[in-house]
Write a new protein. Structure first.
Length: 98
């Protein structure tokens, strides 16, 4: 935020710093756990597009994370006979109805 003198002239800036090293390390550990899990793990954003795809998901489905990111999960990676039920589960989770 701006720092002013008694006349209201800006004489500098005051900021607050925070060490987020521990948070970054925690996020990196979380990512490692997801990627090395022995089960397929995926994530979708609020639009239903893939934003998490671990190595086991790649092994099972045959697409790398890079190939799936940003693509609609249900429409492109779920067989037609399960699309409706999977979409319903995702919709509920995205509304906070877990």
């Amino acid at each position: 935020t701006s720092r002013r003198d008694v006349d209201g002239h800006i004489i500098g800036v005051v900021g607050i710093g925070q060490d987020i090293t521990a948070r970054i390390a925690q996020e990196e550990e979380y990512s490692r756990l997801i990627d090395t899990a022995n089960a397929p793990i995926f994530g979708v954003d609020v639009d239903g597009k893939v934003n998490v795809w671990n190595q086991h998901a790649s092994d099972v489905v045959g697409f790398t994370a890079e190939q799936t990111f940003g693509r609609p999960f249900v429409r492109e990676f779920i067989t037609e006979d399960f699309r409706s039920s999977v979409q319903e589960v995702l919709d509920k989770a995205l509304r906070g109805e877990e």
